[in-house]
Design a protein around this ligand. Structure first.
Ligand code: ADP
Length: 265
């Protein structure tokens, strides 16, 4: 029963993914008209490359299941679970791509409200509670209550979530995650976020905000990374009138400096 359910779930997910993919490609098409043909070609080939891996493996598992109906139950279960986890990866990839294109094309669709950064940061850190404990990570959240800005809460959450998730993926064990608003001069909140991990090789620093850019293909792909996280962060910061850059800390770890626009006085 569970196998059948998992199988049906996989098929339904694939259908949803294909529909989303078709919608994404349609939107992508429109936007590409404004871009240079070189960029368009590169993007299309990146998407195809990213989608090929999970789609090929799902297809492989399902073909094997169809071809070997007498396969032992445990093995069937393993295959179905693997296929299912690839469909999850595919869905994540599609929603990341959809979010980027929505931010670029229809930014008016993201409404703004008064958002308390302190609440959002606490929520993000508690989402990763288990991982933080498992990896013996120390959290230093120095945002004060009442750090309010006119913002889209979902996007602000996405910014912090991606930064924290990356640290948990790449910075290693026993590190510190530090979030702070260090200045509020004039129109902006000046924020910094860093971890005390190993950072990024200097020659890659300029490129980590590019779409689909991974520092180390194999390692980051294994960690589940699509190379879209920081590109989403950059777009979301820009949506709030700010900018972001990254440096390697002298004492180790990756540090981000970013601004978010405050309320007009
Ligand atoms: P991904 O989805 O692969 O994580 P991102 O756009 O979020 O992609 O990040 C781009 C690359 O930057 C990652 O593949 C990773 O190699 C590197 N990176 C991001 N954050 C960190 C970090 N905190 N420490 C070390 N490397 C990082």
């Amino acid at each position: 029963m569970i196998f059948l359910w998992l199988f049906i779930m996989s098929v339904v997910t694939i259908v949803i993914v294909v529909i989303l993919l078709m919608r994404y490609l349609k939107d992508e098409n429109k936007r590409a008209q404004e871009e240079s043909s070189k960029l368009k070609k590169q993007m299309t080939s990146n998407i195809a490359h990213e989608l090929r891996t999970p789609v090929t493996s799902i297809r492989g598992y399902i073909e094997t299941l169809i071809a070997c109906p007498d396969m032992p139950q445990e093995k069937k279960q393993v295959f179905l679970e693997r296929a299912y986890s690839q469909t999850l990866r595919l869905s994540e990839l599609i929603s990341d791509m959809a979010l980027i294109s929505k931010m670029e094309e229809k930014s008016s669709k993201f409404g703004k409200d008064d958002v308390d950064l302190y609440d959002v940061a606490n929520e993000v850190f508690s989402e990763f509670d288990e991982k933080i404990t498992e990896k013996k990570v120390t959290v230093e959240n120095l945002i004060s209550a009442g750090t309010v800005l006119p913002a889209n809460r979902t996007l602000v959450y996405t910014i912090l979530r991606n930064l924290v998730e990356n640290s948990l993926k790449y910075a290693g064990e026993g590190v510190t995650l530090h979030l702070e608003c260090y200045s509020t001069i004039e129109k902006y909140y000046y924020l910094t976020y860093y971890d005390t991990g190993s950072g990024v090789p200097e020659e890659h620093l300029d490129r980590i905000f590019e779409r689909f850019y991974r520092v180390s293909e194999g390692r980051t792909r294994d960690a589940g990374g699509s190379g879209l996280g920081l590109s989403i962060v950059k777009n979301a910061v820009a949506f709030h009138g700010g900018s972001i850059n990254a440096i390697n800390r002298e004492w180790g770890g990756l540090q981000f400096f970013f601004t978010l626009r405050r309320k007009e006085e």
